[in-house]
Design a protein. Structure first.
Length: 473
């Protein structure tokens, strides 16, 4: 009904791509995001439901649906009011093993429940009580409305509203965000200047850097599934790596991306590699963009040469300079960027991408109020077979979200082990050549060799689920 409509405006390029995939391949369930948290405390379920409703009134994207039928270009429609589905279930009578089995079944069923793009909101919440003062929170959404940067912002609002409501007060929150401001900003950007930049970056790229050497030959008939495996550095190594980064004016994000570029080169046997880098998409010249809720991240190609004779630190500084340049054009639609390369339009520009989170959501929420909330699990699904996620904290964690039909767990564990070896090696001796750094992996005889020997001299072996995240340089 017209009286229910607050605003109508176009989609961002990344939203357009997500809508296309969602409509044309709905069976794949792409860009479905699912977070599971544990609550401990005396949860006021009525107040919790109220908080979610109030958050939806604050941010326009949480009241947005999408329309495309009989239109030249799809549009997003902001509704004046929506009802956020908040379901409550009581599992206290089940024993812990039954609770875990029930949760697994619930999560699988939830992932199969497709969101209707024409119906707002494109998210839902379930609260599951498992003990007198312990709960699960299952929060599912489509990444077309929320990226990884947005989730802590929304949860922060929920907790503040909840705590205030329990005290009989109104939460002292700032004005909510209007996603239309970002769409307006996008329209003001110079795409021709961006096209010139990307042609310079990608004019030598003829094909995506292959991951086929890491594939398992026995998985193609398995059911489609995405898995996530993580590995963490020690607190001491993380602290020393952070200190090293600061001393040399690098970021942890640059170091993680550098390690992946080196590994990708060796796995593929290519001296030039291309991978995706997910950026936050929060432009500095858009007012309050850092507090805006919506889908603003973008995954951009990074094309870099790997010369094993180069010294690590200068090479990392060159990579960081490149990443800063890339961020100046992070508004560029990926479909337009690909046209600046020689990669065929029906072939992905890259098969892997790196995301570096700006904060651990669980740790972020533990600081709030009467509810002790910790992150339990997360799930998301993209159209890329291998996604690498860096999680900062007292212990730097590297996670790999991967297509279960292409890689087996052993290959992913090996890649993570190599990540850890190289990061620890950088701390121990940062003034090395790339080749010397790679040699460290050969000192681990328990790592199974999973690749073919190709153009490079060293024998080597063999990798989260949208949203999307929160990349910082």
């Amino acid at each position: 009904m017209k009286e229910d409509i607050q605003d109508i405006y176009p989609l961002s390029p990344i939203q357009h791509g997500m809508l296309f995939h969602g409509l044309h391949t709905p069976e794949m369930g792409l860009y479905h995001s699912q977070f599971v948290y544990t609550f401990s405390g005396n949860l006021n379920v009525a107040a919790f439901k109220y908080a979610w409703q109030q958050v939806a009134t604050r941010h326009t994207i949480l009241r947005t649906s999408f329309y495309w039928e009989e239109l030249d270009k799809p549009l997003q429609v902001v509704h004046r009011q929506v009802e956020v589905p908040v379901e409550y279930q009581d599992w206290q009578e089940l024993d812990p093993l039954e609770q875990q089995e029930r949760l697994k079944s619930f999560l699988n069923s939830d992932r199969l429940r497709r969101f209707d793009f024409s119906q707002a909101p494109l998210m839902r919440v379930a609260v599951i009580q498992i003990q007198e003062d312990v709960y699960y929170l299952v929060w599912s959404s489509n990444l077309i409305i929320l990226d990884g940067w947005s989730y802590p912002l929304v949860l922060n609002d929920v907790i503040e509203i909840y705590e205030a409501y329990c005290r009989g007060q109104d939460a002292p929150l700032a004005d909510g965000s209007c996603f239309k401001d970002y769409i307006k900003w996008l329209k003001q950007q110079d795409l021709s200047k961006a096209e010139e930049f990307w042609r310079q970056q990608l004019n030598e790229v003829k094909e995506p850097t292959p991951l086929t050497n890491l594939y398992s030959n026995n998985l193609s008939n398995l059911e489609e599934r995405y898995e996530d495996i993580q590995i963490s550095l020690s607190e001491a190594t993380t602290r020393n790596l952070d200190l090293l980064a600061r001393q040399h004016h690098l970021t942890m994000n640059t170091i993680v991306q550098g390690v992946w570029a080196i590994l990708l080169s060796h796995y593929s046997g290519k001296k030039d590699v291309t991978y995706g880098c997910t950026t936050s998409g929060r432009p500095v010249d858009l007012e309050r963009s850092e507090s805006m809720v919506g889908e603003m991240v973008n995954t951009l190609p990074v094309h870099i040469k790997i010369d094993l004779e180069e010294y690590l630190l200068p090479w990392l500084q060159q990579l960081q300079t490149k990443l800063i340049e890339v961020r100046e054009y992070e508004y560029s639609p990926l479909v337009d960027i690909q046209k600046c390369s020689k990669v065929l339009g029906n072939v992905p520009l890259f098969e892997s991408f790196v995301v570096f989170e700006n904060q651990k959501t669980g740790k972020f929420l533990q600081e709030w109020g009467s509810l002790n909330i910790s992150e339990q699990t997360s799930y998301y699904k993209t159209n890329y077979p291998l996604n690498i996620v860096g999680y900062p904290g007292s212990e730097l964690t590297i996670g790999i979200n991967y297509d279960f039909r292409r890689f087996d767990a052993a290959a992913i564990i090996n890649i993570l082990e190599h990540f850890k070896i190289l990061l620890e090696g950088i701390v121990t001796n940062p003034k090395v050549r790339l080749q010397e750094l790679l040699l460290l992996t050969e000192q681990k005889p328990h790592i199974k060799l999973l690749m073919l020997e190709k153009e490079m001299s060293l024998d080597f072996d063999s990798i989260l689920n949208n949203s999307m995240a929160n990349t910082i340089l």
